[in-house]
Structure formats: structure tokens, C-alpha cells
Design a protein around this ligand. Structure first.
Ligand SMILES: Cc1cc2nc3c(=O)[nH]c(=O)nc-3n(C[C@H](O)[C@H](O)[C@H](O)COP(=O)(O)OP(=O)(O)OC[C@H]3O[C@@H](n4cnc5c(N)ncnc54)[C@H](O)[C@@H]3O)c2cc1C
Length: 327
């Protein structure tokens, strides 16, 4: 299913209506906020420009706070998010029939001579991987986003394909007209710098190999491998700036990574190349001006931190913890 399949035609009345909540950006952060608020009974419209390079589309979706080195408040957010994931995935399946691939069977950090035997790759048992096991897992970010968009719209939430050009409290100027609303949330990922938020794009390039994966995400010194759609996701580069696509430098990095750590896979067919812009910079989640909220700057961990982010923004808008329905 593509985004276009879930975008209904929208009545022009959305431009004369005063909305309760306008979400700008429909990546994992915007769509989970939109879903959470709508589920709690708020009237919500989410607009998305459909920019190429959306991080969520390319993301590995690992829920791996320990190998990612998170600590302090961020680790608390990550643990809170991980605890919210099982119910979220189950309720989305119930509402949409979309089974989002998801696992909390752990993650592994591969280190020569490490204390744990990482017996998690049945087809490559001869690798004898050692390292350290951690709690965590993975979710399929694009399936999750598709399920969120669908569930949000089934509950009466509106999705508008439009680009926000100028955002001020109470008003969003778009390329299709102006939208008015009481609460506006900027969830614009790597493009957030345009609205004065301290976020820069860091491109990640990844590939999907048609070969049997390990059962859990495995981190190596410079990259990682995880199960995806019956094959193996290999990621990822970190390159500053706007430069679309996977180029030869990115491809070379991916090939060297496989060559250095799992040369057995050098003959596996490349099924797909993926790329997206991570929103790097300061994590900003909360009200930044009256009725204007930021939810951006999640860098390498936006999928991991999305549920905790949605809870915080929803609480800030509703004044209470989000529940199933206000009515
Ligand atoms: C290769 C790669 C691997 C990753 N692996 C992981 C991982 O394992 N675990 C993890 O937790 N995170 C991972 N991340 C990071 C994670 O994917 C991001 O932090 C997260 O997806 C950011 O979500 P977002 O909604 O903020 O941004 P995006 O997903 O980029 O969405 C932003 C959306 O806003 C829209 N938009 C922007 N500007 C406007 C505008 N002016 N008007 C309307 N719409 C607009 C865009 O069209 C886009 O759809 C990875 C990222 C990459 C690239």
C-alpha cells in the first residue's frame, strides 16, 4: 500500500473550518501524535508534503536504547516507549487488519571475545558471534506508519497532501491555502530548520538483502543488521546535508561493512536500496509558543522515541493524559 492509496479526496471546507489540532508532517512522529489525539477525541487534521527522503520510509526501526548508548531522560523515554509498543501494535491490527512486524526479543552488540554467545542466526551458526545481549527489539516503521494513517482516517481524522510554507500561532499557510487551528504541531523531521527549529539533515543509506536474517537486530562497530520482510536490512551511513539518493560512496560503505563483518553474504542479491534524512540536532518536544508545538530532532532514534513523544504532546494539548475517547 502506498500513501496515495490511503489519501482520500478532501473537501475544500477544511480551509474555512477552524481546526482543533493541525499536525504538520506525517512521518512516524506526526502520524503517531495525530492518531493519539484523535483516539482521545480531538478533531485533528494532518498535512504532509510527501517529500522524498522522509526518514520513516528508510528507517531500520530498531528499538535499541542500550546499543545506541541512550542514558538519563532519553533512556527513560525509550523505556516508556518500548512499554507502550505492544498495546499500540495490537490495537492497530485490531482496527486496520495490518499486522505490523514487531519483536521485543532483544538486541545484540557484537564484540570479539564478548561474554554472551549470540546464537541468533540459525543460517550462519558457524559465525560463532559473541558480544552482549540487551533488551529491545524492532518494529517495521513504514508498516507502522501505514497502519497509523489508516486507523487515524477510520476514526475521522483528516489527511491533506500539502506543504506548509509559513507557520504562526493559529495559522498554517500552505501551497493549497491557509489552515486555521487552536493547536499546531510541527513534526517536520529533517525539514524543521525551515521553521527556525535547530535540526539538520543527516542522510542514512541502507540496503535490503535477499538472505536469511538473524532473529534479532545485531550491532557491529559501525553498522547493524536486522530482520526485515523475510530478508536482511543492512544499515546505515551517516552523511550530513541534503543530497538525495544512494550514491556510490554510500553503496561502497554498505558493501565494506558486509565484507568486514559477514563476508558470507557477499553473494546475496540486493533487493532494495533505501535512504532518508534523519532529523539531527536538539530534541524538541513541547510547546514553543502559545498553541504552537515542536516534535522534532529525534535523530537516530525517532521510531524508538515516537510513543513517548506522542504521549507528551497529547498531554500538553489535552491538559490530561490521552485516553481512548474524550466523549
Ligand atoms: C537509514 C535510517 C535508519 C534509521 N534507523 C532507526 C532505528 O533503527 N531506530 C529508530 O528509532 N530510528 C531510526 N532512524 C531514525 C528515525 O527513522 C527518525 O528519527 C524518524 O523517522 C523521524 O520521524 P519524523 O516523523 O520526525 O520525520 P520523517 O519521517 O522524515 O517525516 C517528516 C515528514 O514531514 C513532512 N514535511 C516536512 N516539511 C513539511 C512541510 N513544510 N509541510 C508539510 N509536510 C512536511 C515530510 O514530507 C515527511 O513526511 C533511522 C533513520 C534512517 C534514515
Amino acid at each position: 500500500m502506498t500513501q496515495a492509496d490511503v489519501l482520500p479526496s478532501i473537501s475544500l471546507e477544511v480551509f474555512s473550518h477552524h481546526h482543533e489540532v493541525i499536525i504538520v508532517g506525517g512521518g512516524i512522529i506526526g502520524s503517531l501524535i495525530a492518531y493519539t489525539l484523535r483516539r482521545a477525541g480531538a478533531e485533528v487534521i494532518m498535512l504532509d508534503a510527501g517529500f522524498e527522503g522522509e526518514a520513516t520510509r528508510a528507517s531500520a526501526g530498531m528499538l535499541a536504547p542500550y546499543p545506541e548508548g541512550l542514558a538519563g531522560e532519553l533512556l527513560e523515554w525509550a523505556e516508556e516507549s518500548i512499554a507502550l509498543y505492544p498495546a499500540l501494535v495490537a490495537e492497530l491490527q485490531e482496527q486496520t487488519g495490518i499486522a505490523v512486524p514487531f519483536s521485543l526479543e532483544g538486541t545484540g552488540l557484537v564484540m570479539p571475545g564478548g561474554e554472551d554467545h549470540l546464537s541468533v542466526w540459525p543460517s550462519l551458526a558457524s559465525l560463532n558471534l559473541r558480544g552482549r545481549s540487551y533488551p529491545g527489539g524492532y518494529v517495521h516503521p513504514l508498516r507502522l506508519k501505514e497502519a497509523l494513517w489508516q486507523a487515524f482516517q477510520r476514526m475521522g481524522g483528516l489527511v491533506l497532501r500539502a506543504e506548509a510554507l509559513l507557520v504562526t500561532p493559529g495559522r498554517v499557510e500552505t501551497d493549497r491555502g491557509a489552515l486555521l487551528g487552536s493547536h499546531i504541531v510541527l513534526a517536520t523531521g529533517a525539514w524543521s530548520g525551515r521553521f527556525g527549529l535547530g535540526v539538520q539533515p543527516v542522510k542514512g543509506e541502507a540496503m535490503w538483502l535477499e538472505t536469511a536474517p538473524p532473529t534479532i537486530p545485531l550491532f557491529f562497530e559501525e553498522g547493524y543488521l536486522l530482520p526485515r520482510d523475510g530478508g536482511l536490512y543492512v544499515g546505515a551511513t551517516q552523511r550530513e546535508g541534503w543530497r538525495p539518493g544512494v550514491d556510490l560512496i554510500g553503496l561502497q560503505w554498505l558493501i565494506s561493512f558486509v565484507h568486514n563483518h559477514v563476508p558470507h553474504l557477499e553473494t546475496a542479491p540486493i533487493g532494495a536500496l533505501l535512504w532518508g534524512y534523519r532529523p539531527m540536532g536538539t530534541l524538541q518536544v513541547g510547546e514553543i509558543a502559545s498553541g504552537l508545538y515542536a516534535a522534532t530532532g529525534h535523530g537516530r532514534n525517532g521510531v524508538l522515541l515516537a510513543p513517548a513523544t506522542a504521549q507528551r504532546i497529547a498531554r500538553s494539548i489535552l491538559g490530561v493524559s490521552p485516553r481512548r475517547s474524550r466523549g
